[in-house]
Design a binder for this molecule. Sequence first.
Ligand code: ATR
Length: 278
Amino acid sequence: MSIDHYAVMGNPIKHSKSPAIHRAFAEMTDQHMTYTSILVPEDGFTEAVRQFFAAGGKGLNITVPFKLQAFELADSCTERAQRARAVNTLILQANGALLGDNTDGVGMVRDILHNHDGRIAGKKLLVVGAGGAVRGILAPLLAENPAQVVLTNRTFDKAAQLAQEFQTLGSISAQRLDEPRQPFNWIINGTAASLQGAVPELAPAVIDEHTCVYDMMYGKDLTPFNAWALQQGAHKAFDGLGMLVEQAAESFRLWRGVMPPTANVISQLRAAMASTGG
Ligand code: ATR
């Protein structure tokens, strides 16, 4: 039986959890496949993709810093990838063309709905950040019909621009970082602030005892944003580990036609992070 090859490309790539996640999915669903990680030089992305598929590869995940290049390189893209202007999944089609998709947003939405028993429909959402990470989640979030999405960012103009771009998809408006003063049902942190140990300067009034927060970052410890939110009395705080696994599951489904179970993989990764700190 022939074996199908998949990989994740990025730079850096050493700490990527994708190989472990996809190998676990393959084992659980009896798929005959390999999944490796490939470190790609900053200026060598197109060539690396070409080589991978020329050698018989079937699909790729793409991570930092190549998601925009993958979007430009794909022969066609799904609507959600076009809206995100970023591709994290390349799928080799029967005619040899490469289809680009973005599974990040649907991964986050599934994590909220299925793993955390959350609701988005009819709820008030505050989305913080206006970079690539937020661009990737807005269409799948708006597709769940929230009552209202307020988009806020340190650099207001970027939030205003994004809100304008997505306004045909639902109720979305931009505000300055310290402008929202009423409690939200969900606050989603899509900024890179946690990487610097910082927290976006939101008014504490955006949180009450019913507010759930979701930081797209994850780590061994509470992220700075989630720690801040819990200090302000938030109901619950979730990090982005479930999103990581769910976006992988959606890629796997696109490639293999099988939706893998995710709960055990999430808890195993959580346990491994707690013991190794990674
Ligand atoms: P990504 O692709 O991860 O979204 P990005 O496009 O560089 O990365 O965007 C980073 C986001 O984090 C931006 O919204 C940025 O705010 P600015 O647009 O004002 O730069 C936000 N960000 C980064 N550090 C921050 C901090 N210390 N406080 C608040 N927001 C921060």
